[in-house]
Ligand binder design. Structure first.
Ligand SMILES: *Cc1c(COP(=O)(O)O)cnc(C)c1O
Length: 385
């Protein structure tokens, strides 16, 4: 059996080695604390579950949904955008429901990328941007996110010839894995750059609601003219503890939304309607849970950053996301440090190189475990060093 080139071309799974070690530790009965996976540990708000139950009983919802998504859900997204960002969206042609935002992020390249085309992809970054690009036959051009630049890409560093060939540019703020936030000035620059080179911006805003400062992270769609060149992905997964439900959306430029909807109509049949209606209820009524989650993550963030800073680090508190991104100590690589901490402290960290070559020299901690566990993990790391 010969696998297709497109599958063979995918980069090797960088967590394979550390995952093997984790399995070995578990088999030995080691009591591991995993700070590896960014998956909310708290349950979905009960009002959302009740809504799902109610709508699951209705036979109307047992049929095929449409791939664009129910107008009720898309209208709830539009109302949420208006309230949260002051951005007006037409639910009919500027919003599409997704089976989780990952689905749309992976598929958007199939709409615009032909063999040999280039997408601009942040590095370190969420792996799906580059993988979607490769699966569609394109080539990712890596835009380095460095600490000196506040983990924002420098558009002037993209060679002219690459910018001319580029079809899509992926951005992600608040950022996974670095925790960085972008302000509206940065988004203005991105829109100007995209207009100059005829590039479509795909902004991944999965962490827009996980913030800890009074100044809330903006939407790129707030920028004048963004609606001509940008779409924004978002999702119920992170703010409402709904990663398992698989529901998100893309919003913005109607031409791009139409292309993605048309592609999807040939691939999938949409999201179970009861989930879409429960998702609409989350957007309308579950803001209180999101506020509680922000408080919880903020306490956890403070605990982790303060603990690390007491034992030799000097990192700033991330203003958003539920991640702490920190440099490994002298003499280690991302991988050797993660392995050392696994062996000596039985704590799982994510090695930064798993998010791209510019993530080398860092590790990521996910704040999605209870505070007492985090406290113990920090104590174990202190003892191991
Ligand atoms: C979690 C995450 C997503 C996607 O989540 P879905 O559950 O597919 O909506 C997208 N982007 C980033 C950066 C993420 O961390």
């Amino acid at each position: 059996m010969q696998e297709a080139q497109r599958l063979q071309k995918l980069p090797p799974y960088l967590f394979a080695r550390i995952e093997k070690k984790i399995e070995e530790c578990k088999a030995r009965g080691v009591d591991l604390i995993s700070l590896g996976i960014g998956d909310p540990d708290k349950p979905t708000p009960s009002l959302v579950i009740e809504e799902l139950y109610k709508h699951a009983l209705d036979p109307e919802n047992h049929k095929y949904p449409t791939s664009a998504g129910m107008i009720e859900f898309r209208k709830a997204v539009a109302d949420w955008y208006k309230k949260r960002f002051g951005v007006e969206l037409d639910p009919k042609d500027q919003i599409v429901t997704l089976i989780g935002s990952k689905e749309g992020i992976a598929h958007i390249s199939f709409c615009y990328v032909d063999s040999g085309d280039v997408n601009l992809v942040p590095d370190p970054g969420y792996p799906v941007y580059g993988i979607g690009t490769i699966l569609a036959g394109g080539e990712p051009y890596l835009m380095e996110l460095s600490e000196d630049n506040g983990f924002l890409p420098d558009f002037d560093a993209v060679p002219e010839e690459i910018a001319r060939r580029a079809k899509l540019m992926f951005l992600n703020y608040p950022n996974n894995p670095t925790g960085a936030v972008a302000d509206i000035e940065f988004f203005k620059k991105a829109v100007d750059f995209a207009k100059e080179y005829d590039i479509i911006i795909c902004h991944d805003a999965a962490y827009s609601e996980i913030y800890f400062e009074d100044k809330k992270p903006p939407s790129i769609l707030e920028v004048d003219g963004a609606m001509d060149v940008a779409i924004e992905f978002n999702s119920l997964s992170k703010p409402y503890n709904m990663t398992g439900w698989r529901i998100g959306w893309a919003a913005g430029c109607s031409k791009v939304i139409e292309s993605l909807t048309r592609l999807k109509s040939n691939l999938d049949s949409g999201v179970f309607q009861a989930i879409q209606l429960a998702g609409a209820a989350a957007l309308k009524e579950a803001e209180e849970t999101v506020e509680e989650m922000r408080q919880i993550y903020k306490e956890r963030r403070d605990l982790v950053v303060d603990s690390l800073n007491k034992i030799g680090w000097s990192i700033k508190k991330p203003e958003a996301t539920f991640y702490v991104w920190a440099p490994v100590p002298e003499g280690y690589t991302s991988e050797s440090f993660a392995e050392y901490i696994l062996e000596k402290a039985a704590v799982v960290l994510t090695p930064g190189n798993g998010y791209g070559k510019h993530g080398e020299g860092y590790f990521r901690i996910a704040l999605t475990v209870e505070k007492d566990k985090l406290e113990e993990a920090m104590e174990r790391i202190r003892k191991a060093l």
